[in-house]
Design a protein around this ligand. Structure first.
Ligand SMILES: *[C@@H]1O[C@H](CO)[C@@H](O)[C@H](O)[C@H]1NC(C)=O
Length: 204
């Protein structure tokens, strides 16, 4: 673990100093996918697969759009890689924010919630280190517009989950429902990760 973050640190330094391609970024896609699978399994093993009967009434109140509809990426879009990176990062950050909220009613075994949050954090750092999709100077460019729209849509989806938790006073039912809604987000992330090239080519 220490080795890993140490290498990441060096990686940033190298890219900053001399545009030399970095070992740690070469397999960005594979690493992201692996970390995503670990997190998906951690979440899955700590939640139920269906909404508990006593929570159905709360669930009906939360009328959410389908997770898959949050953001669709056009395969022919020249910005699809940047949109995918932005989407993955925003979803991870939003999931992290949700799990920072009052979780006294959450029942996760052992230190698995801690591991889950560390996993999220590592994925976010990986994306930041290996080519974040930065906004351009020209704030009116169509690329910027697409990236902003991507983030906005994702934020809106999670805002609803967050409001729901707060309105339901972070009850056990609210958490059960929210977690079940978050699970498909990891499948969505996996779908976006496939758009991110596994090899980052950097010019010398
Ligand atoms: C957190 O949520 C629980 C369960 O609803 C509640 O009893 C507790 O007062 C809350 N804590 C804070 C700091 O809001």
């Amino acid at each position: 673990m220490i080795m890993n973050s140490c290498c990441l640190y060096i990686c940033v330094g190298i890219i900053f100093l001399g545009d030399i391609s970095c070992q740690n970024c070469n397999q960005l896609q594979r690493k992201l996918r692996k970390a995503n699978e670990v997190n998906f399994n951690l979440l899955s093993s700590n939640i139920r697969s269906t909404i508990p009967l006593q929570c159905i009434r709360d669930f009906i109140e939360l009328s959410l759009e389908d997770t898959e509809k949050i953001i669709m990426i056009d395969m022919n879009d020249e910005c699809q890689v940047d949109i995918a990176k932005t989407a993955v990062k925003e979803i991870l950050q939003q999931i992290d924010l949700i799990f920072r909220q009052n979780h006294t009613e959450l029942v996760w075994h052992g230190g698995s919630l801690r591991d889950f949050r560390i996993g999220l954090d590592q994925q976010i750092k990986m994306l930041e280190t290996c080519g974040d999709a930065e906004l351009e100077q020209d704030i009116t460019s169509s690329r910027n517009w697409k990236l902003q729209l991507t983030r906005l849509r994702i934020k809106r989806y999670f805002q609803r989950l967050s409001d729901f938790l707060r309105n339901k006073k972070y009850s056990w039912c609210a958490w059960e429902i929210v977690q079940i809604q978050i699970k498909p987000c990891f499948q969505l992330i996996n779908h976006y990760i496939q758009r991110i090239p596994s090899k980052v080519t950097v010019d010398f």
